[in-house]
Design a protein around this ligand. Structure first.
Ligand SMILES: [Zn+2]
Length: 300
Protein backbone atom coordinates (compact mmCIF):
# COMPACT_ATOMS: atom_id res chain seq x y z
CA UNK A 1 0.00 0.00 0.00
CA UNK A 2 1.48 3.42 -0.95
CA UNK A 3 2.69 5.52 1.97
CA UNK A 4 0.20 8.31 1.12
CA UNK A 5 -2.72 5.88 1.36
CA UNK A 6 -1.54 4.65 4.75
CA UNK A 7 -1.27 8.26 5.92
CA UNK A 8 -4.81 8.98 4.78
CA UNK A 9 -6.07 5.92 6.59
CA UNK A 10 -4.38 6.99 9.78
CA UNK A 11 -5.68 10.54 9.39
CA UNK A 12 -9.25 9.46 8.80
CA UNK A 13 -8.96 7.23 11.85
CA UNK A 14 -7.65 10.16 13.87
CA UNK A 15 -10.49 12.39 12.76
CA UNK A 16 -13.11 9.75 13.51
CA UNK A 17 -11.69 9.03 16.93
CA UNK A 18 -11.25 12.66 17.77
CA UNK A 19 -14.80 13.54 16.74
CA UNK A 20 -16.26 10.64 18.65
CA UNK A 21 -16.54 11.98 22.16
CA UNK A 22 -18.08 9.33 24.32
CA UNK A 23 -19.57 9.92 27.75
CA UNK A 24 -20.80 7.55 30.43
CA UNK A 25 -23.79 8.75 32.43
CA UNK A 26 -24.82 7.40 35.84
CA UNK A 27 -23.28 5.92 38.95
CA UNK A 28 -20.46 3.49 38.17
CA UNK A 29 -21.52 1.00 40.83
CA UNK A 30 -22.58 -2.63 40.76
CA UNK A 31 -26.32 -3.05 40.09
CA UNK A 32 -26.83 0.37 38.45
CA UNK A 33 -28.31 1.41 35.12
CA UNK A 34 -26.14 3.77 33.10
CA UNK A 35 -26.05 4.93 29.53
CA UNK A 36 -23.40 5.79 26.99
CA UNK A 37 -23.77 9.09 25.19
CA UNK A 38 -22.21 9.29 21.74
CA UNK A 39 -21.25 12.47 19.97
CA UNK A 40 -24.08 13.38 17.63
CA UNK A 41 -21.59 14.90 15.17
CA UNK A 42 -21.09 11.34 13.95
CA UNK A 43 -24.68 11.29 12.73
CA UNK A 44 -25.53 8.61 15.26
CA UNK A 45 -23.78 5.98 13.24
CA UNK A 46 -21.82 4.48 16.06
CA UNK A 47 -22.29 0.83 16.67
CA UNK A 48 -21.75 -0.19 20.24
CA UNK A 49 -20.71 -3.70 21.14
CA UNK A 50 -20.18 -4.46 24.78
CA UNK A 51 -18.14 -7.43 25.88
CA UNK A 52 -17.80 -8.90 29.33
CA UNK A 53 -14.44 -9.81 30.77
CA UNK A 54 -14.61 -13.23 29.16
CA UNK A 55 -14.85 -11.63 25.73
CA UNK A 56 -18.49 -12.64 25.22
CA UNK A 57 -20.72 -10.16 23.45
CA UNK A 58 -23.41 -9.07 25.89
CA UNK A 59 -24.93 -6.06 24.21
CA UNK A 60 -25.04 -4.46 20.81
CA UNK A 61 -26.76 -1.35 19.64
CA UNK A 62 -26.62 0.91 16.64
CA UNK A 63 -29.56 3.05 17.57
CA UNK A 64 -29.75 6.74 18.47
CA UNK A 65 -26.90 8.38 20.26
CA UNK A 66 -27.62 6.91 23.67
CA UNK A 67 -27.08 3.31 24.67
CA UNK A 68 -28.34 2.00 28.01
CA UNK A 69 -26.00 -0.27 29.90
CA UNK A 70 -26.66 -2.21 33.12
CA UNK A 71 -23.97 -3.21 35.58
CA UNK A 72 -24.61 -6.66 37.00
CA UNK A 73 -24.93 -7.04 40.77
CA UNK A 74 -21.63 -8.93 40.64
CA UNK A 75 -20.00 -6.85 37.88
CA UNK A 76 -16.21 -7.11 37.78
CA UNK A 77 -14.00 -4.13 38.71
CA UNK A 78 -13.33 -3.50 35.02
CA UNK A 79 -16.03 -3.68 32.37
CA UNK A 80 -14.66 -3.45 28.84
CA UNK A 81 -16.46 -2.57 25.65
CA UNK A 82 -15.78 -1.65 22.06
CA UNK A 83 -17.35 1.06 19.94
CA UNK A 84 -17.36 0.74 16.15
CA UNK A 85 -17.88 3.88 14.11
CA UNK A 86 -19.35 4.20 10.64
CA UNK A 87 -15.94 3.56 9.01
CA UNK A 88 -15.52 0.30 10.89
CA UNK A 89 -12.85 1.73 13.20
CA UNK A 90 -12.95 0.32 16.68
CA UNK A 91 -12.15 1.93 20.00
CA UNK A 92 -11.83 0.15 23.30
CA UNK A 93 -12.94 1.53 26.63
CA UNK A 94 -12.87 0.34 30.22
CA UNK A 95 -15.21 1.29 33.04
CA UNK A 96 -13.94 1.18 36.60
CA UNK A 97 -16.84 -0.18 38.66
CA UNK A 98 -17.16 0.56 42.39
CA UNK A 99 -18.36 -2.37 44.51
CA UNK A 100 -21.70 -2.07 46.29
CA UNK A 101 -22.11 -3.40 49.82
CA UNK A 102 -25.16 -5.68 49.82
CA UNK A 103 -27.17 -6.17 52.99
CA UNK A 104 -28.34 -9.47 54.37
CA UNK A 105 -32.11 -9.74 54.77
CA UNK A 106 -33.63 -12.44 56.98
CA UNK A 107 -37.22 -13.36 56.14
CA UNK A 108 -39.00 -15.74 58.51
CA UNK A 109 -42.50 -17.14 58.58
CA UNK A 110 -42.48 -18.24 54.93
CA UNK A 111 -44.38 -21.45 54.14
CA UNK A 112 -41.54 -24.02 54.19
CA UNK A 113 -42.57 -25.64 50.88
CA UNK A 114 -41.96 -22.22 49.24
CA UNK A 115 -38.38 -22.19 50.59
CA UNK A 116 -37.31 -25.79 49.94
CA UNK A 117 -39.81 -27.14 47.38
CA UNK A 118 -39.59 -30.90 46.87
CA UNK A 119 -42.89 -32.11 45.40
CA UNK A 120 -43.02 -32.93 41.69
CA UNK A 121 -45.93 -30.54 41.23
CA UNK A 122 -44.00 -27.64 42.81
CA UNK A 123 -40.86 -28.40 40.80
CA UNK A 124 -42.91 -28.50 37.58
CA UNK A 125 -44.45 -25.13 38.49
CA UNK A 126 -41.02 -23.61 39.12
CA UNK A 127 -39.85 -24.91 35.74
CA UNK A 128 -42.85 -23.26 34.02
CA UNK A 129 -42.17 -19.95 35.78
CA UNK A 130 -38.45 -19.90 35.02
CA UNK A 131 -39.06 -20.92 31.42
CA UNK A 132 -41.56 -18.11 30.87
CA UNK A 133 -39.40 -15.46 32.53
CA UNK A 134 -36.18 -16.49 30.79
CA UNK A 135 -37.88 -16.62 27.41
CA UNK A 136 -39.19 -13.09 27.82
CA UNK A 137 -36.12 -11.47 29.38
CA UNK A 138 -33.66 -13.07 26.98
CA UNK A 139 -35.67 -12.12 23.88
CA UNK A 140 -34.42 -9.22 21.85
CA UNK A 141 -37.79 -7.81 20.93
CA UNK A 142 -36.51 -4.29 20.81
CA UNK A 143 -36.19 -3.96 17.04
CA UNK A 144 -39.77 -4.93 16.48
CA UNK A 145 -40.94 -2.91 19.43
CA UNK A 146 -39.40 0.28 18.19
CA UNK A 147 -41.67 0.30 15.19
CA UNK A 148 -44.66 -0.15 17.53
CA UNK A 149 -43.77 2.29 20.25
CA UNK A 150 -42.46 5.79 19.77
CA UNK A 151 -38.80 5.47 20.58
CA UNK A 152 -38.79 8.88 22.21
CA UNK A 153 -41.00 7.79 25.09
CA UNK A 154 -38.04 6.04 26.59
CA UNK A 155 -35.86 9.12 26.89
CA UNK A 156 -38.49 11.88 26.98
CA UNK A 157 -40.78 10.44 29.62
CA UNK A 158 -38.23 8.64 31.70
CA UNK A 159 -39.68 6.28 34.31
CA UNK A 160 -41.90 6.61 37.38
CA UNK A 161 -42.45 4.63 40.57
CA UNK A 162 -45.19 2.07 39.93
CA UNK A 163 -46.55 2.41 43.46
CA UNK A 164 -45.80 4.62 46.49
CA UNK A 165 -44.81 2.94 49.75
CA UNK A 166 -42.12 1.86 52.17
CA UNK A 167 -39.21 -0.09 50.70
CA UNK A 168 -39.48 -3.46 52.43
CA UNK A 169 -36.68 -5.22 50.53
CA UNK A 170 -33.78 -3.72 48.58
CA UNK A 171 -32.36 -4.89 45.27
CA UNK A 172 -29.32 -7.13 45.64
CA UNK A 173 -29.87 -8.15 49.28
CA UNK A 174 -28.58 -11.58 50.18
CA UNK A 175 -31.76 -13.22 51.45
CA UNK A 176 -32.15 -15.90 54.08
CA UNK A 177 -35.61 -17.51 54.14
CA UNK A 178 -36.48 -19.38 57.37
CA UNK A 179 -32.71 -19.67 57.97
CA UNK A 180 -31.89 -20.99 54.46
CA UNK A 181 -29.73 -18.72 52.21
CA UNK A 182 -31.37 -18.21 48.80
CA UNK A 183 -30.44 -16.23 45.69
CA UNK A 184 -29.98 -12.45 46.00
CA UNK A 185 -33.03 -10.26 45.62
CA UNK A 186 -33.54 -9.46 41.94
CA UNK A 187 -35.77 -6.40 42.46
CA UNK A 188 -37.05 -3.90 45.01
CA UNK A 189 -40.04 -4.60 47.26
CA UNK A 190 -42.47 -1.75 47.90
CA UNK A 191 -45.02 -2.37 50.67
CA UNK A 192 -48.53 -1.11 49.91
CA UNK A 193 -52.07 -2.15 50.87
CA UNK A 194 -53.60 -5.00 48.92
CA UNK A 195 -55.61 -3.65 45.99
CA UNK A 196 -53.48 -0.52 45.45
CA UNK A 197 -53.27 0.15 41.67
CA UNK A 198 -49.88 -0.63 40.10
CA UNK A 199 -48.84 1.77 37.33
CA UNK A 200 -46.72 1.12 34.27
CA UNK A 201 -43.34 2.64 35.07
CA UNK A 202 -42.84 3.56 31.43
CA UNK A 203 -44.63 3.15 28.09
CA UNK A 204 -44.23 -0.14 26.30
CA UNK A 205 -45.74 -3.46 25.31
CA UNK A 206 -46.88 -6.23 27.68
CA UNK A 207 -44.70 -9.27 26.97
CA UNK A 208 -45.78 -11.42 29.92
CA UNK A 209 -48.93 -11.60 32.02
CA UNK A 210 -48.53 -14.85 33.96
CA UNK A 211 -50.81 -16.38 36.56
CA UNK A 212 -50.12 -18.26 39.78
CA UNK A 213 -46.37 -18.59 39.47
CA UNK A 214 -44.72 -20.44 42.34
CA UNK A 215 -42.44 -17.59 43.48
CA UNK A 216 -43.79 -14.46 41.80
CA UNK A 217 -47.54 -15.21 41.84
CA UNK A 218 -49.32 -13.10 39.25
CA UNK A 219 -46.70 -11.21 37.28
CA UNK A 220 -46.55 -8.68 34.46
CA UNK A 221 -43.50 -7.75 32.35
CA UNK A 222 -43.40 -4.65 30.13
CA UNK A 223 -40.92 -4.32 27.26
CA UNK A 224 -39.84 -0.69 26.80
CA UNK A 225 -37.53 -1.17 23.82
CA UNK A 226 -33.73 -0.82 23.99
CA UNK A 227 -33.71 -4.38 25.45
CA UNK A 228 -35.17 -3.02 28.70
CA UNK A 229 -38.02 -4.65 30.61
CA UNK A 230 -39.71 -3.86 33.93
CA UNK A 231 -41.23 -6.58 36.11
CA UNK A 232 -44.22 -6.41 38.49
CA UNK A 233 -44.79 -9.44 40.76
CA UNK A 234 -47.06 -10.79 43.53
CA UNK A 235 -50.03 -8.95 41.99
CA UNK A 236 -53.48 -9.62 43.40
CA UNK A 237 -54.62 -9.42 39.81
CA UNK A 238 -53.22 -8.27 36.46
CA UNK A 239 -55.42 -6.12 34.22
CA UNK A 240 -53.38 -6.44 31.02
CA UNK A 241 -52.62 -9.21 28.55
CA UNK A 242 -49.70 -10.03 26.27
CA UNK A 243 -49.57 -7.65 23.31
CA UNK A 244 -51.33 -4.75 25.05
CA UNK A 245 -49.66 -1.39 24.59
CA UNK A 246 -49.50 0.67 27.74
CA UNK A 247 -48.58 4.27 28.42
CA UNK A 248 -46.64 5.37 31.45
CA UNK A 249 -48.98 5.63 34.46
CA UNK A 250 -51.61 3.20 33.11
CA UNK A 251 -52.87 0.70 35.68
CA UNK A 252 -51.57 -2.79 34.87
CA UNK A 253 -52.80 -4.59 38.01
CA UNK A 254 -53.19 -4.38 41.78
CA UNK A 255 -50.84 -4.95 44.71
CA UNK A 256 -51.23 -8.40 46.26
CA UNK A 257 -49.32 -11.15 48.06
CA UNK A 258 -49.49 -14.01 45.55
CA UNK A 259 -46.55 -16.43 45.20
CA UNK A 260 -43.78 -16.44 47.83
CA UNK A 261 -44.77 -13.34 49.84
CA UNK A 262 -45.32 -12.81 53.55
CA UNK A 263 -47.38 -9.63 53.13
CA UNK A 264 -48.88 -7.35 50.48
CA UNK A 265 -46.18 -5.65 48.42
CA UNK A 266 -45.09 -5.01 44.87
CA UNK A 267 -41.89 -6.69 43.74
CA UNK A 268 -40.60 -4.24 41.13
CA UNK A 269 -37.80 -5.50 38.92
CA UNK A 270 -35.84 -4.22 35.94
CA UNK A 271 -33.75 -6.05 33.38
CA UNK A 272 -31.58 -4.83 30.53
CA UNK A 273 -30.59 -7.51 28.04
CA UNK A 274 -31.26 -10.07 30.78
CA UNK A 275 -29.10 -8.30 33.38
CA UNK A 276 -31.11 -7.39 36.48
CA UNK A 277 -30.34 -4.01 37.99
CA UNK A 278 -31.66 -1.75 40.79
CA UNK A 279 -34.99 -0.48 39.40
CA UNK A 280 -34.77 2.85 41.24
CA UNK A 281 -31.83 3.75 39.01
CA UNK A 282 -34.40 4.15 36.21
CA UNK A 283 -36.04 7.08 37.99
CA UNK A 284 -33.27 9.60 37.35
CA UNK A 285 -32.46 8.43 33.83
CA UNK A 286 -32.92 11.99 32.53
CA UNK A 287 -30.76 13.55 35.25
CA UNK A 288 -27.76 11.23 35.41
CA UNK A 289 -24.38 12.97 35.47
CA UNK A 290 -22.06 12.26 32.56
CA UNK A 291 -18.29 12.09 32.38
CA UNK A 292 -16.13 11.82 29.30
CA UNK A 293 -14.51 8.46 28.69
CA UNK A 294 -10.97 8.21 27.41
CA UNK A 295 -10.11 5.55 24.90
CA UNK A 296 -8.15 2.63 26.26
CA UNK A 297 -5.11 2.94 24.01
CA UNK A 298 -2.71 0.51 25.73
CA UNK A 299 -5.01 -2.32 24.82
CA UNK A 300 -5.28 -1.50 21.12
ZN1 LIG B 1 -39.10 -9.01 45.91
Amino acid sequence: MPFKAICLMICSLCVAVDAAALEICGDLKQGELLYLKHDSSENNKNKVLIYNNLGEKIYSSDELNRTPLALHRNAEKNVNFIVYDEYGNSRKYSLQVKPTVWDIQRINGVVQSKVTPTSDADLAEIKREQGDVNRVLAATKSDKLQSDIDNNYFWNEGFILPVEGRISGHFGNQRIFNGTPKSPHSGTDIAAPEGTPVKASGSGVIVLSGKDYFFTGNMVIIDHGHQLQTIYAHLQKATVKVGDKVRQGDTIGYVGKTGRATGAHLHWGASLNNVRFRPHSLLDIKAKKCIRLEENKEDK
